[in-house]
Design a protein around this ligand. Structure first.
Ligand SMILES: *Cc1c(COP(=O)(O)O)cnc(C)c1O
Length: 371
């Protein structure tokens, strides 16, 4: 059998729901020499990553680390460490990722109470209030930026309701972190997870997480072991904490990449970065509206980093996306679940959120619409 040729992927413009494009500095960081996972130099790098992650999450939480796998592993780690068989969890669902949390809650052996909203709308705090009169959940879980629909979820009121009911507040910030404001301490979020390949602009592979002292108490008073050995934070913590006990081999190059991406985020400044995401999203909207596109989500709940537009009559879904990819090297996202075939999801995340990318996509779509 012959050996495949040297890897030479096309250079795509990544404007889908993630991964986004990585800054060249991040790719260079990944190509630097490996260290051992207990090398003193690497331990320093881990500390730098933890400290920068705290700044980006706006938290003082001691347990703030990247989980060694993608965003879904952060979701699974948060739920599996906080829930035990017999517990109850309230999950807010208005898209694919709320549904994924429900699936994991069931696998943890916990009871599930769902609060649903239509896809494309945020969760109504009144519905959470009402549901909490009939149950006593250990946690209330919600998605901040629903990447399947493009909805930004206001969090503060639901956080208050969760705590009044004696529950922990768990939030998915996979798509929001690094592109929109996430205030873990101020909004009293007890468990939060994210991903590297969306607005942090690094390759996929790590899931930054952070847990409040309240969440740590809940973990420390478990009666049963976490069913996942790999994601058991009582073990993982010993590697990231003072003890530096080997648990699994840290994905060294991915942590280099995260370190560089966090440096880029903090050099730009959080507020400036959020403003850039917003400005490019406005530019895209102005151009798409001229071409006759309409948005799925009401203006006040639209995500700047994930723009969900209804596919206009006369434009085919898959064939148009294929032409964007093959002729113009541009990737955009298809609709997911009940929105498949009806919408496109245009990502403007991290390094991909640029005026040049917006102009490129608008002119490409314009050309395809004119035959
Ligand atoms: C992408 C995403 C995830 C899952 O992350 P993976 O890195 O694909 O595992 C979870 N939640 C939201 C909101 C996402 O956008």
């Amino acid at each position: 059998m012959s050996v495949p040729g040297e890897l030479n992927p096309p250079v795509r413009v990544l404007m889908g729901p993630g991964p986004s494009e990585a800054h060249p500095r991040i790719l260079r960081a990944m190509a630097t020499p490996l260290l051992g996972h207990l090398d003193p130099c690497f331990l320093d790098i881990m500390d730098e990553v933890r400290e920068m992650l705290r700044q980006v999450f706006r938290t003082g939480n001691e347990l703030t680390i990247p989980i060694s796998a993608t965003g879904s592993a952060g979701m699974e780690a948060a739920l599996a460490n906080l829930l035990e068989p017999g517990d109850e969890a309230l999950v807010c669902v208005n898209g694919v990722f709320g549904n994924r949390m429900c699936d994991i809650v069931g696998r943890c052996g916990a009871g599930l109470v769902r609060v649903d909203a239509p896809w494309g709308s945020p969760i109504d705090p009144e519905d959470v209030r009402e549901a909490l009169t009939g149950c006593r959940p250990k946690l209330v879980a919600i998605v901040h930026a629903e990447t399947s629909t493009g909805v930004l979820q206001p969090l503060e009121e639901i956080s208050r309701l969760a705590h009044q009911a004696g529950a922990l507040f768990l939030v998915d910030t996979v798509t929001s972190l690094g592109g929109a404001d996430v205030r873990v301490d101020e909004w009293e979020i007890d468990a939060v997870y994210s991903g590297t390949q969306k607005c942090l602009g690094a390759p996929p592979g790590l899931s930054p997480v952070s847990f409040s002292s309240r969440a740590l108490e809940a973990m420390d008073s478990r009666k049963s072991k976490v069913q996942s050995w790999y994601l058991d934070l009582s073990l993982v913590r010993k590697y990231w904490g003072e003890q530096r006990v080997y648990h699994h081999t840290a994905p060294i190059s991915s942590i280099y990449a995260l370190r560089e991406s966090l440096r880029i985020v903090l050099e730009e400044g959080l507020e400036a970065r959020f403003a850039r995401h917003k400005a490019n999203s406005e530019l895209l909207r102005a151009g798409l509206e001229k071409l006759g596109f309409e948005y799925l989500v009401a203006p006040e709940y639209r995500l700047p980093m994930l723009n969900t537009v209804i596919i206009p009559a006369g434009l085919e879904d898959a064939p148009t996306r294929r032409k964007l990819l093959e002729r113009y090297n541009i990737e955009i996202g298809a609709g997911l679940g009940e929105l498949a075939g009806k919408v496109w999801r245009i990502g403007l995340m991290g390094y991909s959120s640029s005026e040049n990318n917006v102009n490129l996509l608008l002119s490409a779509i314009g050309k395809l619409m004119n035959g």
